[in-house]
Design a protein around this ligand. Structure first.
Ligand code: ADP
Ligand code: MG
Length: 568
């Protein structure tokens, strides 16, 4: 067992909405169920009423009802300094992701009955170096040894078994919960190259749920005034309608509110009408990716459907129409990435991992400066003026002229930011330069600002006013979004100190794992006994009453000792 334990590598799909883990067992990739028996674990982390960390389904159920202490979609913030709060606790995206990864690791260990440490984690193809490093850090914080990162579309292609073909060009169409990713991949001689990736970071299954929610509200205008109170409940119903309409042509849901009953019957046709604007948004990223890769539709050997939202017949029809052929959907789309990670894990274990060439030498974000706008007599501060825009190839250098807006200004304070938002306050501040200028009427002094960004992620800002030889320079080396070694150590201590649900405490998990192993081993009445005592222990754990738990733990320990002694 020990020998196996040191050899097993987990393949983890760390998704925006759902995560999943697989292992390479008996020559194939197998998805490992969590403690609830599901292969998908919602990527949601929260606090329960006692302030203990909860992860996955339990947290997901409280997402709408306890938004201040429950967080989802934190993958969006990987590689940034954004903070994620759970009540009074403040985290970085790496830390919350680590809590999720730790849960996935624990669940796999409970299933296996022993510890595993090595993992392959998938990342979107467009993740830049800082974001990739953040995923590795999250793994480290969760006690994992991240042996490598794998691009999600590459993982999908492994799951679909495309590696057997020598040469292959294909497109992955990945519509998840909150993001839409299109990648075009060229595979030749065992090398997989992501030629182009495009997408929409604000389009996914959640948006389809939202349009259904809006349709539901429209049906009963009297609900409008209470919409914030009933939103959690209505969203659940909307999600139900969405999932059911993937199976059946129509579906009913109902709700009791303010002593009245509300009923909705939605048909495929109504769903199609509501979703039309969203479906229309699927085309542009495909065209963009094709354009960037310089491939035509006919060059593609396959279209792979990935992501839970591609289970919607409407999405499949749209894809078939856009491509003029049927996409491959012979795998569960929301499991494909994790399954592929498991295939890669198998290859790592057999020491034949493939080279996964990734193009990361494009600008991952825009860089710009703070500017002021003048509207008549009024000045409006804090507008972002991008100088280098994202997705340019590196290295890159760009120049911009700026003028004074106030009479007799004696200096210009140039504030440099990273990000995409219209207002600088929503972007990341990088540094500033103060440039002395001769006092003149507004608009008469012009400065030239040059931004140079290198492949190593260094930004050099040069600035001088026209007519002066003096050049002001600012060098920004540390791109925000990266954790230092000291920060990582502090985070490790912080995560270790968080209160866990008693069910997730190592000593209790170990006992539960022993119980389930014993259950598998025994037969007949003995099995029933194990089942009974396990259930009692689980009830005690769920009560979170520490004294009760201690009592039951004693009983379980005694019980296990007796049986295990008989077994040896
Ligand atoms: P991510 O990759 O973003 O973590 P997933 O690939 O797991 O997410 O996709 C999650 C999305 O898929 C959710 O919006 C969910 O509602 C949607 N989804 C899952 N199953 C179905 C289904 N049967 N019909 C329609 N949508 C579905
Ligand atoms: Mg995904």
């Amino acid at each position: 067992m020990d020998r196996l334990a040191t050899h097993l590598v987990m393949g983890i799909d760390l998704g925006t909405s759902n995560s999943a883990v697989s292992l390479w067992l008996d020559g194939k990739s197998v998805l490992i169920p969590n403690l609830q028996g599901n292969v998908l674990t919602p990527s949601v982390v929260g606090l329960d009423d006692e302030g203990q960390i909860i992860v996955g389904q339990a947290a997901h159920e409280r997402l709408q009802s306890h938004p201040n202490i429950t967080k989802a979609s934190f993958k969006r913030y990987m590689g940034t300094d954004a903070t994620i709060t759970l009540g009074k606790l403040v985290f970085r995206a790496e830390e919350v992701s680590a809590l999720l990864l730790r849960q996935l690791k624990d669940d796999v260990e409970a299933w296996l009955g022993y510890a595993v440490k090595d993992a392959i984690i998938t990342v979107p193809a467009y993740f830049n170096d800082v974001q990739r490093r953040a995923v590795k850090t999250a793994g480290q914080l969760a006690g994992l040894n991240v042996v490598r990162l794998l691009n999600e579309p590459t993982a999908a292609s492994l799951a679909f078994g495309l590696l057997e073909n020598k040469e292959h060009k294909y497109l992955t169409f990945d519509l998840g919960g909150g993001t839409f990713d299109v990648s075009i991949i060229d595979m030749f001689e065992g090398v997989i190259e992501v030629c182009a990736s495009s997408g929409d970071v604000r389009l996914g299954g959640d948006d389809f749920r939202e349009v259904i929610y809006q349709w539901m509200l429209k049906k009963y205008p009297e609900l409008h005034k209470d919409q914030f109170l009933i939103r959690p409940e209505l969203l659940k119903l909307a999600e139900h309608l969405k999932l059911a309409l993937s199976q059946a042509p129509e579906c009913y849901v109902s709700m009791h509110w303010n002593e009245s009953d509300f009923e909705w019957k939605m048909t495929e046709q109504e769903l199609a009408t509501c979703c039309q604007p969203l479906l229309a948004r699927l085309q542009q990223p495909i065209l963009q990716a094709l354009h960037d890769s310089r491939f035509s539709l006919n060059d593609l050997d396959d279209i792979l459907l990935v992501g839970g939202a591609t289970r919607m017949p409407l999405v499949r029809q749209t894809v078939a129409r856009l491509f003029g052929r049927f996409p491959r959907h012979d795998l569960n789309p929301d499991e494909a990435v994790a399954l592929g990670a498991g295939v890669q894990a198998g290859m790592v274990m057999a020491d034949c991992a493939l080279d996964d060439i990734v193009l990361t030498d494009v600008m991952p974000f825009s860089l710009g400066v703070d500017t002021t706008k003048q509207h008549g007599e009024r000045f409006e501060f804090g507008y972002y003026l991008p100088i280098i825009e994202r997705n340019n190839f590196l290295p890159i250098s760009k120049m911009q002229e700026l003028s004074t807006i106030v009479d007799n200004q004696e200096h210009i304070l140039l504030k440099v930011y990273q990000g995409e938002a219209r207002l600088v306050k929503d972007n990341v501040f990088l540094g500033e330069l103060k440039i002395d200028i001769p006092p003149r009427p507004a608009g008469e002094v012009t400065i030239e600002v040059r931004f140079t960004y290198t492949v190593d992620g260094l930004l050099e800002v040069e600035c001088h006013y026209q007519g002066s030889p003096k050049v002001y320079r600012l060098l920004i080396e540390k791109v925000p979004g990266q954790m230092s070694e000291a920060q990582i150590s502090a985070s490790l201590a912080k995560i270790a100190g968080l209160k866990q649900h008693p069910r997730d405490m190592p000593e209790n998990r170990e006992l539960l794992a022993r119980c389930s192993q014993l259950y598998e081993f025994l037969l007949g009445d003995d099995r029933l006994w194990v089942d009974k005592i396990t259930t009692e222990f689980e009830i005690a754990l769920n009560s979170q009453d520490l004294r009760l738990i201690a009592t039951f733990r004693q009983q379980v320990v005694q019980f296990l000792k007796r049986y295990e002694r008989d077994l040896h």
